[in-house]
Structure formats: structure tokens, C-alpha cells
Ligand binder design. Structure first.
Ligand SMILES: [Zn+2]
Length: 126
């Protein structure tokens, strides 16, 4: 069953057994982990890094950006987590996934050649 909301939990280390609908955020390890919001319960790891994911915490809820595209899962679900809500996005076609990945790699290539890359805002890949 597709989730429409999540809760967040700030943790030091991500627990071994995860609860569906909870986004575990470890500032210490700069990563967030949750179970796929489609209900397939696969583990989704979103590293919080300049070239990967941005985490926003407004004091009440969290948002992750860009969108979460679980292309390597059978469900291939694609959604945004915004203000603890799950906003479902359209599934991408194989071509779009390939193009998105290509774009991602090109951007990574450009960034890795830029000595100031760490200070740049990560590009939107959603
Ligand atoms: Zn799934």
C-alpha cells in the first residue's frame, strides 16, 4: 500500500530493523534511510551529500531533495518526500531512467572537476 505520509526520527545510527513510514535521519553519518513508500519494504538509503540529497528540517517535518527514484527495485517507485508527505511522481520509462542516470553522471563528472564543487548547490535531478 502506498504511503502518503511519513514520520522522521533523528538517530545516531540507523537501527537494524526499520519501521515502514519512518525516515531515519542520522546527522552523524549524513544519511537518511527509509523503507520504500510503495509498501515493498525495500531499504532506501539517501546519502545527505552535496552531490546526492539535501535534507531540510523545518522544526516539524523533513523534506528530501531531489526526488527518490527507486529504479533498481522491481517497483521502480518514484516520489518526493516533502514536509513529511509523500508526493508520488510518475514512473519513468526506461529511456528516461537512462537519460536521468546519464545526466547524473555528467553532472558528477563536471562537479568532480570543479575544485569548488563542495560549495555549490546540488543540481536538481528529480
Ligand atoms: Zn517499492
Amino acid at each position: 500500500m502506498r504511503l502518503t505520509r511519513v514520520q522522521h526520527e533523528f538517530v545516531d545510527a540507523v537501527p537494524e530493523s526499520l519501521t515502514s513510514g519512518v525516515v531515519y535521519v542520522s546527522i552523524k553519518y549524513a544519511t537518511a534511510v527509509h523503507l520504500c513508500c510503495c509498501g515493498c519494504a525495500r531499504e532506501v538509503v539517501t546519502p545527505i551529500q552535496p552531490r546526492r540529497y539535501r535534507l531540510m528540517f523545518d522544526g516539524v517535518s523533513i523534506s528530501l531533495s531531489p526526488s527518490i527514484g527507486n529504479w533498481s527495485f522491481p517497483c521502480q517507485s518514484h516520489y518526493w518526500i516533502e514536509g513529511n508527505r509523500v508526493r508520488w511522481a510518475r514512473r519513468w520509462t526506461a529511456e528516461q531512467i537512462a537519460e536521468g542516470r546519464g545526466r547524473d553522471l555528467r553532472l558528477l563528472g563536471r562537479w568532480s572537476r570543479n575544485p569548488d564543487a563542495g560549495r555549490l548547490r546540488p543540481p536538481e535531478l528529480g
